[in-house]
Write a protein that binds this ligand. Structure first.
Ligand code: IMP
Length: 216
């Protein structure tokens, strides 16, 4: 059975990738390295992580991913800084001027809350019809330090005026999907959110590529 290294310690992400690749006959081995994410885009960060893992685990395929919320009107923020948006310093032209290096110390839901508060602050003077946004995920697959392929998925929508709903995670309470009848993702049940999710689209492409290119 071929082994594929997954570069994350996040149990949800491990489960998600395993649910696609295990039934195809691949053995999934998660590893967590401390990779400093210096990319300016979500795709850059997925590539940086996949190369870093691949250099540590040569001769084995490795998969890394990055995801986030992109708001074009906010200079594509939070983008690659989505997980720690509240901690970064942004100048008046919406350029990021400082990103702290420290590891997370508090729990993730506290970060989500502070991130959403910061996004609301930045969005409040922008008219609703200019609040287009999208979730993006990128999976990168590497071997011997070389990127073999990347797979991106997107979910399009708008940023709401206020936090609504209690389901989901991250920016879900502020994200109104383009086909969700005005509801935020946090007001949808997970089955409905996942139906067309960015993650599902990208995982489908990843599974197809792996099954066509890696012997199981
Ligand atoms: P990372 O991929 O672990 O670096 O974290 C990405 C961050 O993007 C998360 O902490 C969330 O804040 C945000 N994010 C990514 N995908 C979603 C989603 O589907 N819903 C809500 N927030 C998301």
């Amino acid at each position: 059975m071929s082994k594929i290294i997954i570069g994350t310690s996040n149990p949800g992400k491990i489960r998600e990738i395993a649910s696609i690749l295990s039934p195809l006959g691949y053995e999934i081995e998660p590893h967590a390295l401390d990779v400093y994410e210096t990319g300016k885009t979500i795709k850059d960060n997925a590539i940086i992580k996949a190369k870093a893992y691949s250099n540590v685990f040569p001769d084995t395929y490795v998969i890394a991913e990055d995801s986030g919320l992109v708001v074009p009107k906010l200079n594509n923020l939070p983008g690659p800084y989505s997980a720690r948006f509240h901690e970064i310093t942004i100048d008046d032209n919406l350029n990021v001027i400082n990103v702290p290096h420290e590891e997370f110390t508090t729990d993730k839901s506290e970060h989500d809350k502070l991130n959403n508060e910061k996004l609301l602050k930045y969005i409040k003077d922008i008219p609703f019809n200019e609040r287009a946004a999208y979730f993006e995920v990128c999976f990168a697959i590497a071997k011997n330090g070389i990127i073999q392929e990347t797979f991106s998925g997107y979910s399009y929508g708008y940023i709401s005026d206020e936090l609504r709903g209690t389901n989901g995670f991250g920016y879900d309470p502020l994200f109104i999907g383009e086909n969700t009848f005005g509801k935020t993702y946090a007001e949808l049940d997970s089955a409905r959110k996942n139906l067309k999710s960015h993650r599902k689209q990208a995982l489908k492409q990843l599974g197809l590529w792996v099954s066509q290119n890696i012997e199981n």
